[in-house]
Design a protein around this ligand. Structure first.
Ligand SMILES: [Fe+2]
Ligand SMILES: [Fe+2]
Length: 305
């Protein structure tokens, strides 16, 4: 553990909110397979989230439970515990979409089995002896999560502002799932980075793990989109291409390629802090109006999971 706290980048403003998991639930009965009407490619590109996040966010929780003993700051520990509660709920909510896809003839199991292997085996605990090797691998994974959270916050901010999805008539239940999740990603966007800074914070490690996280996300995402397009029983000769992704970004139904490219040097800047991106006020406002979050609040007013 290196002592980097004194020179760690500070938040732009103290926007800290107490993190609580909202016990949401969604009914998928009325959500069509192509929940963005007449746009299977965009639908499935966003659907990849349902393939990656159940295993990915379960893995976040697994890693963070191991890092709790390394935290020497009560406020950060409280944030990490709140983060764990939120990510566990996100994982469950996306997992619950998968049976709905299967009922409509799109069985995601062949792909999710690969994603499970990726997170549970490749990025799992491995059989390391207690000591330096085990700690090195834990810190490497904490840094990987910080890099991934740069992108979950980026996507959360994007979906909160993606008005074009409303204009295209996207299914309101799916939009609420994406925006509830996106808003909580914006709400807790500083936690993973601050944890990484607290327990390690090495710049070379930040760059190395960013490169790994970015490459893995791009690889898994394009494979997931291709998998859905090729296996969608209602799409003939379905394909997923970068050109379509680029055009979706131009139309505002997907994140733009330019915005994604520009986000890279921001994360790699030595003065980066996640609070420089997105708006906590916007996230909190969405959570106050989200049908699923409001129903959860009515069921469990203290937000405890
Ligand atoms: Fe999440
Ligand atoms: Fe997150």
């Amino acid at each position: 553990m290196s002592n980097t706290q004194s020179r760690a980048p500070r938040p732009v403003a103290d926007e800290r909110v107490a993190l609580k998991a909202r016990r949401v639930s969604f009914s998928w009965d009325r959500t069509p397979l192509h929940w963005i009407p007449d746009d299977p490619f965009t639908t499935h590109t966003i659907n990849v989230l349902h393939l990656l996040l159940p295993a990915g966010e379960r893995w976040f929780v697994h890693v963070y439970k191991q890092v709790l003993p390394y935290i020497r700051d009560d406020r950060l520990r409280e944030d990490v515990i709140g983060f764990i509660g939120q990510e566990a709920m996100h994982s469950q909510a996306h997992d619950e979409v998968l049976p709905h896809l299967k009922e409509q003839g799109l069985d995601p199991t062949p792909y999710t089995a690969q994603v499970d292997w990726f997170f549970e085996k490749l990025l799992g605990d491995r059989t390391l002896p207690p000591g330096r090797a085990r700690e090195w691998w834990l810190m490497e994974r904490v840094a990987l999560i910080a890099a991934i959270e740069h992108y979950t916050a980026f996507l959360g901010d994007w979906v909160l502002n993606a008005d074009e999805l409303d204009r295209k008539g996207a299914d309101p239940t799916m939009l609420d799932l994406l925006r509830w999740h996106g808003a909580e990603e914006v709400e807790h966007r500083s936690v993973a980075f601050e944890l990484f800074e607290h327990v390690d914070g090495g710049y070379r490690r930040r760059v190395r793990t960013w490169a790994l996280a970015f490459s893995a996300l791009m690889f898994l995402w394009q494979r997931g989109a291709r998998f859905f397009m090729e296996n969608d029983p209602t799409v003939l000769d379905g394909k997923a291409s970068f050109k379509e992704f680029y055009q979706g970004g131009k139309r505002g139904v997907l994140p733009s390629t330019g915005a994604m490219v520009k986000s890279i040097p921001r994360y790699l800047s030595r003065s980066y802090h996640p609070s420089q991106e997105g708006s906590t006020a916007q996230a909190v406002a969405y959570l106050a109006s989200s049908p699923a979050a409001k129903a959860a609040e009515a069921r469990t007013p203290n937000g405890a999971v």
